[in-house]
Design a protein around this ligand. Structure first.
Ligand code: AMP
Length: 424
């Protein structure tokens, strides 16, 4: 499959060629044709799959097409008007010469309003991309710059933590596409700098991370400000219940596109499940980490509170660790990651969403301190180890109330897991 076969238009193809992309990624192959048809999309994909291009290319293409159409209509209107003016002049001249003879009043034609909207030079926001972090906003902005460089469309990025002045100036100059984090967007809307009533394309990116970072209330405040008639693309790497509910409330008859690394990722990884009672989990964890003192270990916790708790328990036992989750600042996360990647700290505790995008080669072990709600998440978690041909180990702690989840995982992966009864 090629980008040409996906009906991507020439100015964008040229930009893609310059980026050196040989062929579309699976999410692009699935998403681009559907988005070009104008359908809503429910995309299940993580960062690194090429999802930014999957949503930005169709938006650029559809906006560029409508701008070209608008320019054509304006040109026709201009020519029509010129013709009208010419007629008017002829009529006036003819009438004036008649008037000279019979005093008939001169009929004046009304001028129609002309050159609305962009034709007068002012662009309006027609596409909104909402994303949880400044870094993602910047990456998305870079993608629009790259893929849209020959379309003549303009975009602007707004996010918090910096002065708003330059963002406001850019907005005032008129943009077609806005990429924003929720807080600053609402702020600038409140001040009257941003109007969303002309938005035709809306993307909600990394919805699960939005939830994790506490942005759901902001999103709910924002939704009524968007026109009902629009195309929406919704992306999330995981689909917990709250996210399913949110997606249902904003999508209309969506097409589901999904890229999940399933069973194959599991093959190179040694997996073992420890049946252990809840209070015993920390004892087991400490003894395993002491045995594996030289290995880099990533521990998964289902909740932020749980991650902090595990980190605290480890500290008490003299095991140094870093915790990353949605309540940590960007700076804290980056520091934690640097320490872990450099090997300065051997143990990192993370929630599923915070761990996303972490690419650490040679991560030797993953420990699931608890089991995720969704079996696919188990596959994502253990896929953090055993990368690029390296072997890896995934240990999972399963308490009485989690037994059913093991059954679901075995069903999904089609693999019987080795089980050990701990403390028996
Ligand atoms: P994303 O998942 O959108 O963050 O993209 C991950 C990376 O993949 C980015 O660095 C893109 O530049 C790159 N990328 C996107 N689409 C393609 C493609 N079709 N071929 C090669 N690389 C790509």
């Amino acid at each position: 499959m090629t980008f040409e076969e996906l009906n991507v238009a020439e100015p964008i193809l040229k930009a893609i060629r310059e980026k050196g992309y040989a062929k579309p990624t699976p999410i692009q192959e699935q998403g681009i044709p559907v988005a070009l048809e104008g359908r809503d999309i429910m995309g299940i994909a993580q960062t690194g799959t090429g999802k930014t291009a999957a949503f930005s290319i169709p938006i650029l293409q559809l906006l560029a097409a409508s701008a070209a159409q608008q320019a054509k209509t304006n040109e026709q209107a201009r020519q029509q008007e010129q013709a009208n003016e010419q007629n008017e002049q002829n009529t006036t001249e003819a009438t004036s010469s008649e008037e000279a003879g019979n005093n008939t009043p001169v009929r004046r034609r009304d001028r129609r309003g002309r050159n609305h909207g962009r034709a007068q030079g002012k662009r309006v926001i027609q596409a909104l991309i909402l994303t949880p972090t400044r870094e993602l906003a910047q990456q998305i902005g870079d993608s629009f710059t790259d893929y849209g460089k020959y379309t003549g469309l303009k975009h602007c990025i707004v996010f918090g933590g910096v002065k708003q002045g330059p963002q406001v100036e850019r907005l005032k100059s008129g943009v077609d596409i806005l990429i924003a984090t929720p807080g600053r967007l609402l702020d600038l809307m409140g001040q009257g700098y941003i109007h969303l009533d002309a938005v035709k394309y809306f993307v909600l990116d990394e919805a699960d991370r939005m939830l994790d970072m506490g942005f759901i209330a902001d999103i709910r405040r924002l939704l009524p400000k968007l026109p009902k008639e629009r195309q929406t693309q919704f992306f999330s790497a995981t689909m917990p219940q709250d996210i399913v509910a949110l997606s249902r409330s904003i999508l209309t008859n969506p097409v589901r596109v999904e890229v999940t690394p399933v069973a194959s990722a599991v093959e190179t990884i040694d997996q073992c499940v420890y049946f252990v009672e809840k209070p015993e989990k920390k004892v087991l964890l400490i003894s395993l980490l002491r045995e594996q003192a030289n290995k880099s270990v990533l521990i998964f916790s289902r909740t932020k509170h749980g991650a902090d708790n595990i980190s605290r328990i480890l500290k008490k036992s003299g095991i140094n660790s870093e915790a990353i989750h949605g309540d940590k600042s960007q700076g804290q996360r980056e520091r934690a990651l640097t320490n872990f990647k450099s090997g300065k700290v051997k143990v990192m505790v993370a929630t599923d969403i915070a761990a996303r995008g972490i690419d650490i080669q040679e991560l030797e072990m993953v420990i699931n301190y608890d089991l995720p709600d969704v079996p696919e998440t188990y596959v994502h978690r253990i896929g953090r180890t055993g990368r690029a041909g390296h072997s890896g180990t995934a240990l999972t702690f399963c308490s009485q109330d989690e037994h059913m989840k093991i059954r679901d995982i075995q069903q999904l992966t089609g693999k019987k897991l080795e089980m050990v009864l701990y403390g028996a």
